[in-house]
Design a protein around this ligand. Structure first.
Ligand code: ATP
Ligand code: MG
Length: 348
């Protein structure tokens, strides 16, 4: 039975364009053999549009995005846009409006990839970061700004509803993996109100998953284990801010930002999920054709997996794995990496 995929593509700024081109190249190659037609609509959003029109995410565009099966994003931003404009006006708005309450960030140390760790062991875990609550909701304010008496509040919002749904998602993911292990990370000795809600929720939902082994780490201890023994991790569930910080560390131990993929997922499928490399628009290397598109290609694999195309998703991941093993530490050009990966998935 033939199937069609309707994708929205937001290349964005800087290297966003360059890496998305390669991601789509690999997507086309892996689906060429399958009976799947891909239609893409490209949306011009990001710094370029903001400079030209002052718009970040017009409602009409948001409505159109809702009509797609999934969204592929490159990266947005440039140094000329004030801090927070695109984060709040575009990226966080998409997360809130499309209810991307699971921010999924897998970390795998592929053979041949350099890591700063002396004894990395096997690294293969996924961080389930809460995506719509915590200190990111914009609940706060400042008094006496600019004076010596300034008071700035940034409130971390944690609701029973929001914590439960992400914890449930993490348990389900842990159960589906061979090791069936869930580590929840917080700081409940100090952040007692939010921490205790998280702890009680994990304990309660955990009774429905007796085959999943659960452990807890304070976030500071978790950073130590990321460096001294990351093979202990399988699925990690944590709040929005801790997840942000931990996943940058996770990228650093598994070959860096050029390889880190992510998904902003709406598990209930009430709106399209969005897949993107963790890195930004990298203005320092934009336009040179040297950005590594691998993180975007791995994000494409996550997109395929989310849409149920699991065979194709594994073919993309296997191609990346084989390519990295062969490539070693050598630097290659953006398009050469994309071509090599496209050839591998097509030949598989
Ligand atoms: P943002 O605020 O958008 O997250 P940032 O300033 O944190 O941006 P990035 O744009 O991710 O940072 O870039 C951080 C560093 O990593 C830069 O030196 C950049 O050149 C490098 N970098 C980012 N992405 C890639 C990539 N795909 N390939 C190679 N180098 C990259
Ligand atoms: Mg960054």
């Amino acid at each position: 039975m033939s199937r069609s995929l309707n994708l929205a593509v937001i290349p964005g700024d800087g290297i966003g364009d360059e890496v998305v081109t390669e991601g789509l190249k690999v997507l086309d190659a892996v689906l060429a053999g399958a009976d799947v037609k891909v239609g893409t609509t490209t949306y011009d959003l990001g710094a370029r549009r903001w400079h030209a029109t002052g718009e970040t995410l017009p409602d009409t565009v948001l409505d159109e995005l809702r009509g797609h099966d999934a969204i592929l994003l490159g990266a947005v931003g440039d140094p000329g846009v004030p801090s927070g404009v695109l984060e709040r006006g575009l990226l966080l708005k998409l997360r809130f409006e499309l209810d991307h309450y699971v921010n999924l960030r897998p970390s795998r140390l592929f053979p041949g990839v350099e890591t700063p760790l002396a004894n990395p062991g096997t690294i293969d875990f996924v961080v389930v970061r809460e995506g719509t609550e915590g200190p990111y909701v914009g609940n706060g304010g400042a008094l006496r700004v600019g004076t010596a008496q300034e008071i700035a509040n940034e409130v971390s919002v944690n609701t029973a509803f929001g914590v439960e749904r992400v914890v449930r998602d993490a348990f389900a993911r842990a159960q589906a993996r061979p090791r069936k292990k869930l580590t929840y990370v917080h700081k409940h000795n100090v952040l007692v109100h939010a921490g205790h809600l998280w702890r009680r929720t994990v304990e309660r939902v955990g009774t429905e998953y007796p085959d999943v082994a659960v452990d807890y780490l304070h976030v500071d201890a978790a950073t130590i284990f990321f460096v001294t023994g990351p093979s202990r991790f399988d699925v990690i569930v944590t709040d929005n801010l801790f997840g942000d910080i931990l996943t940058d560390l996770a990228a650093a131990i598994t070959g860096g930002i050029g390889l880190a993929a992510s998904g902003n997922v709406n598990p209930d499928r009430t709106a399209p999920s969005m897949f993107e490399p963790v890195h930004g628009s990298a203005p320092d290397i934009a336009g040179q054709g040297i950005a590594d598109p691998t993180a975007t290609v791995l994000s494409v694999a996550m997109l395929l997996e989310h849409l149920g195309l699991t065979v194709e998703a594994s073919r993309v991941v296997d191609a990346v794995s084989a390519d990295l093993a062969e490539r070693g530490p050598a630097k290659r050009r953006t398009a050469d990496i994309g071509d090599a990966l496209a050839a591998r998935v097509a030949g598989a």
